[in-house]
Write a protein that binds this ligand. Sequence first.
Ligand SMILES: [Zn+2]
Length: 312
Amino acid sequence: MSSPTVSKIPTLVPSLDEVVSVLDDGLKKNFSNVSVSVVDCPDLTQKPFMLASPGLCGNARLADVGGPGFLLPLPQKDKKFRYSQIAECVELPGAFMIGAGAGPCHIVGVNSELIKNVKMDGAGGVTKINSHIAKVNPQDGGCILETIDKPEFSLMGNFLCSDGQPGKVLEVKASCRTGEENLMSCLRKALQARYGEKPVALGGVFLVEKGKANLHIMPEFSDTALDSQEKVNNWLKFYEMDAVLVCLGELVSHDPGYDLRVEHFHCFSDHGQGGHYHFDVTPKDVEYRGYFVLAESIYRIDQPVKTTQLGR
Ligand SMILES: [Zn+2]
């Protein structure tokens, strides 16, 4: 496998205190109850998080790998990536990596959602892995959530990469949604409104602690070209899933022309549900709690030559 192309994109890294006020203001337009603060990262190896490292801190950066251009209109099933390759590309061989991608179809046997959660050992191997895939049950159309210990994926991925150390993080709590925005869009648009064309990047984990959320799972690849958003939406399987959902991913306030996925979170749980987070469906009851760090750069890896606005 040849080395993928890599572009390193610098980001703006404001002080955490400044970002607290920006996010607090933005969230208050969309939720009745909001609290944003800087805290010591809780031990994220514990329930319900079950992450592969205790914290999010140290050399935080984002990896934006491949993209919908490899999936649509027809899939390039030979687009495979190894976790170790991504850790090398982001110049962090011992990276802790969490986020959203496509499951390794050559291993799973079908197309699936990847919820990546791994700590690399710095020598091409894995220290700890608790990645999951979510796929569609061909019998009843339900969700199958499984752990997967093969450190590979297909097509695309959006990951926070860091040393996985304890340290200061942003804690975001929001409940009782009054506006139309989901949590990640609300955070992203608040940053975009404040920082304009200077990209601010953020990654981490949030919980849907109460309520229900709309998630999708990609079914097996389509034999026919998915060349409209209507066809993509008819192909995807949508579900209402229950709290507690652990959602891993990243967002970027502004794409400076690299075909970035500006927000992407995938969820897993200990009750057999998981997939790609869209929004909550219980505005009165929903409760979110998240922990995030600001990323110092974005690594655009294997950017598709042909892009698409579908499936984002
Ligand atoms: Zn996704």
